[in-house]
Design a protein. Structure first.
Ligand SMILES: *Cc1c(COP(=O)(O)O)cnc(C)c1O
Length: 369
């Protein structure tokens, strides 16, 4: 692209737009002669929809009508499943949509010109800096610890009178570790009550660590906590865009004012309800992926790799300057993985054959570790 000189007679975006990092969606795998290609770059599950979900999509016959703006059926089903009041749930177009609602409600530039500050760990979910700055707020990024966990002490130390929101990602995308209940309890005891703490639990269904934070319990105990959940990962519905937040009414009633109406289509809503109605099948698939994760982690550690402990459906290889080289080697064997330049590579747990091939690739790539 050529740079146009800025002229007075052209429309110009807000100055923040030029500073935003670009969201890099996971790429599809390159095709290699004689090899099945696998996409391990977006943390999707490798399965097609459950029969009941597919059925719910096919049976849609009111595409000419707007959906229920309150997603009442889905919120009732979720209220049942999570044992929370339906009033405490707000749906959105994916949990990204739900996060946009939250940030636009609680973080931005105030009438006196002062920007709210939003603290989050970094590296974490790459959408955070984009959404925070688009909302008009100031991003405050606190580097992860060596082992890929949040540095909660430094996050607390970063809180000041302008802090309005803190984002905690557990398990952390892209590194994998969870926050423990003890860590979060201690953190919340020290965070001012007027700061909203978001627990992004996109991968909650894959967590097996008993010490991991229990989001629902934590929201029940804290008026300033909001949970983010999604149907994109464990439920395998990334393309349908359904997510939600769970928080107390003084939070949700404000979020509803800001939320884009009709964000969740009836197609997506009915599919999500069907998925919840068949949660056993969902969790059975998840169980299979968790054992694949454990298999991959064990193989890598046997090979000598030192990687952060992961509770999600992906692993993180902290390859630093060798990141790009690993990504190229993966492409050469028809695996797409997600590289973060000079930091590392995130690889989703996929089909058994894909995981086998990834394990083999790691064995041959110890020179990069
Ligand atoms: C994938 C992911 C999301 C979910 O995105 P959707 O908008 O629900 O598809 C949210 N947070 C994190 C950390 C993620 O990795």
């Amino acid at each position: 692209m050529t740079e146009n000189p800025v002229t007075q007679d052209q429309v110009q975006p807000r100055s923040v737009v030029a500073r935003l990092p670009k969201y890099a969606a996971g790429k599809p795998p390159a095709s290699v002669q004689g090899m099945t290609a696998y996409k391990l770059s977006s943390n999707e599950i490798p399965f097609g929809p459950l029969d009941a979900v597919h059925q719910a999509v096919v049976e849609q016959n009111s595409l000419n009508r707007y959906p229920d703006p309150l997603s009442t059926k889905l919120r009732d089903a979720l209220a049942d499943y999570l044992d929370v009041p339906a009033q405490d749930i707000v749906t959105g177009a994916g949990s990204l949509g739900a996060l946009v609602q939250i940030l636009n409600t609680f973080a931005g530039q105030n009438e006196d010109g002062v920007q709210d500050e939003v603290i989050y760990a970094w590296r974490s979910f790459e959408a955070y800096p984009i959404l925070v700055q688009t909302a008009g707020a100031l991003p405050v990024e606190i580097p992860l610890l060596e082992d890929g966990r949040h540095d909660l002490e430094s996050m607390i130390a970063a809180v000041n009178e302008n802090t309005s929101v803190i984002l905690l990602c557990t398990p952390n995308n892209p590194t994998g570790p969870v926050l423990t209940q003890a860590e979060v309890d201690d953190f919340l005891a020290r965070v001012p009550k007027n700061v909203l703490v978001v627990l992004d639990e996109a991968y909650i269904e894959f967590v097996r660590d008993e010490k991991s934070v229990d989001g629902i319990h934590t929201y029940n105990e804290n008026e300033n906590v909001v949970l983010l959940r999604t149907f994109s990962k464990a439920h395998g519905m990334a393309n349908l865009r359904v997510g939600y937040s769970v928080a107390h009414p003084q939070i949700t009633e404000n979020i509803r004012v800001v939320a884009t109406p009709f964000a969740v289509s009836s197609v997506a809503e009915d599919a999500a309800v069907a998925s919840l109605a068949n949660i056993d099948q969902v969790l059975e698939r998840v169980e299979g992926l968790v054992s694949e994760r454990e298999r991959v982690v064990a193989a890598l550690s046997e090979q000598g790799w030192k990687i952060p402990s992961t509770q999600a459906n992906f692993v993180w290889l902290p390859l630093g300057a060798n990141t790009e080289q690993f990504v190229e080697r993966a492409n050469a064997v028809a695996l797409s993985v997600r590289g973060f330049a000079d930091e590392g590579v995130r690889v989703s747990i996929g089909e058994v054959e894909a995981n086998d091939r990834f394990i083999e690739l790691c064995k041959e790539s110890l020179d990069l570790a």
